[in-house]
Design a protein around this ligand. Sequence first.
Ligand SMILES: [Zn+2]
Ligand SMILES: [Zn+2]
Length: 139
Amino acid sequence: MAEYQTEQRKTLVDFMKKNRESSFTIEELVIRMQSDLASGSVPGKSTVYRLMQKIVSEGTVKRFVKGNSRQFVYQITGCEHFDKHLHLKCVECGKLFHMSNQLSDDVFKQIFADSNFSIDEEQTVLFGKCAECRKGKSW
Ligand SMILES: [Zn+2]
Ligand SMILES: [Zn+2]
């Protein structure tokens, strides 16, 4: 059982690594994996959901709200559990950028000092446009 789970987890993480610029809902992930991979090796929706909770808590995958919907989407970060930094997501190309741990820490401290508010970096993604997508534009 444990070994089976490890294999399913690998299938899921490998798929997300191959699509590192995309974010998916659980449903989209299952549908995409079913069309891209050999059926039979694709974990079911409830398994993906369960595995994802663990992977998110480890920092490997980021969970955030999709646009102005109430759906959660998931995207691979490639970070380690001990990384405590903010992530920036480009709304045009979908790329995820890592703020440095040092700068993130400064931001957390500043916000805490200014607003007495403690940021949960696991739940936070900043949306904007990357340098590449802003080419020729002022912002
Ligand atoms: Zn971009
Ligand atoms: Zn990161």
